[in-house]
Design a binder for this molecule. Structure first.
Ligand SMILES: Cc1ncc(COP(=O)(O)O)c(C=O)c1O
Length: 417
């Protein structure tokens, strides 16, 4: 299975799903008086909000729709720039384009998350928001990011798709900015195959997010509120079946992370001091998910030669999380030829993207190798690095190391540490 949560689908998930199937009621809405209505989505929203320590949570059908919904809730649109790191999943960037705003790429630092110094240097008078991405389970350095946001009066959308359950100095990621998003796709801490969520403490943002995700309706929708809808929405609703799986998975979240941390700590200890590398910076070592361990070599040549011996790649070549490999963004390949929002009359800036435009990011990723602890991609293209159990480690590390780092055999991967 690709991600840790998916490894733990079991009787608990079956029971929850059966309850929904037997009720025959698969839609997120229903009456509390109707015994067939199991209210799984509502319950998930409540429990996830409690888990995160936020007032409001909205369940949606993917992390990508969560991002678009969050941006729309914040009122980000034509003429706006949003700062986002050049090392992230494409959805962080594409959701900004679909909100009709313009993504401005920033550098990462050796935590493999957005470099606060570079974020500040990318601010213009058009900047409306910063989108820090808690990449590969590692929380971004949120204190300086929030300070920069406050100083420049910017909004913060946390993309916590890859870091469900992680925390930054005692606060769950996704609960620190104005709004946060999560993904429950198959590579994530907990999974229902697909799914997403939005978290916020702001009631207005919640109401706007709710309206956007369901045709303009308000949160307590029981029917059609003709005449009261604030704007045109879409349909990104979660079904009762997805929520049923996630209710069972949510109960497992903390144990999954605990287990990943233990495995990662063992593996890390074994390889510490065995070469010219350091580990990526953890902005809160107690708070990360530990899905991956990233080693950063002193120079590119060494990294490349070790990667070759391990039959994997350095992170710069690891797949579609690297801006250099996102031809649709680099070439502004919008679905129609006008190239909105880049050419939109409301947009007064000029944004050109090109390969190698982020030298610090390129340098760090060319020196890094991701070792997967709990996520794999089975050649699906995400490039999650190489697994701690893989036989590929034999030429580089000793057999006893491999044995000591054993994780389930199916967690075979190659780039999320
Ligand atoms: C950082 C990041 N943001 C957003 C997403 C989008 O999530 P989804 O695949 O659920 O649409 C992902 C998914 O992999 C991701 O890794």
């Amino acid at each position: 299975m690709p991600g840790p949560g998916a490894e733990f689908i079991g009787e608990e998930e079956k029971k929850e799903v059966l309850e929904v199937l037997e009720s025959g009621n698969l839609f997120r809405y229903g009456s509390p008086d109707d015994p067939t209505f199991k209210a799984k989505v509502w319950t998930l929203e409540k429990r996830f909000a409690e888990y995160l320590g936020v007032k409001y949570c909205l369940a949606v059908n993917s992390g990508t729709s969560a991002l678009l919904t969050a941006l729309s809730a914040l009122g980000i649109g034509p003429g706006d720039e949003v700062i986002v790191p050049g090392y992230t999943f494409i959805a962080s960037i594409s959701s900004i384009v679909y909100a009709r705003a313009v993504p401005v790429l920033c550098e990462i630092d050796d935590s493999l998350t957005a470099d606060p110094k570079d974020i500040e240097s990318k601010i213009t008078k058009r900047t409306r928001a910063i989108m820090p991405v808690h990449m590969l389970g590692n929380p971004c350095d949120m204190n300086p990011i929030m300070e920069i946001a406050k100083k420049h009066k910017l909004l913060v959308i946390e993309d916590a798709a890859q870091a469900g359950g992680a925390s930054y100095h005692g606060r769950k990621v996704g609960s620190i900015g104005n709004i946060g998003i999560f993904s429950f796709n198959v590579f994530k801490t907990i999974s229902a195959g697909d799914g997403g969520a939005i978290a916020t403490n702001d009631q207005d943002l919640y109401a706007r997010a709710f309206a956007f995700h369901d045709q303009g309706h308000s949160p307590l929708r029981q029917g059609v509120e003709v005449g009261k809808r604030p704007f045109i929405g879409l349909d990104f609703r979660m079904t009762e079946l997805t929520a049923a799986v996630l209710l069972a998975q949510l109960k497992k979240m903390d144990n999954i992370i605990k287990m990943l941390r233990e495995k990662k700590a063992r593996f890390k200890k074994k390889i510490t001091g065995s070469g010219d590398f350091s580990f990526r910076k953890l902005n809160d070592p107690q708070g990360e998910c530990a899905t991956l361990l990233t080693v950063i070599f002193n120079n590119k040549e060494k990294a490349r030669s070790v990667a070759e011996r391990l039959k994997t790649t350095t992170v710069d070549h690891s797949g579609w999380h690297v801006y250099n490999n996102m031809e649709q963004i680099l070439n502004q390949l919008t679905v129609t030829p006008e190239k909105c929002p880049f050419t939109c009359a409301y947009y007064k800036g000029k944004q050109a993207y090109r390969k190698s435009m982020l030298p610090q990011t390129d340098d760090i990723l060319a020196r890094s190798i991701n070792i997967s602890i709990g996520v794999s991609d089975r050649g699906l293209g995400a490039g999650f690095g190489i697994t701690a159990t893989s036989d590929n480690f034999r030429p580089f590390f000793c057999d006893s190391l491999i044995r000591s780092a054993t994780v389930p055999a199916s967690w075979v991967s190659s780039s999320q540490g």
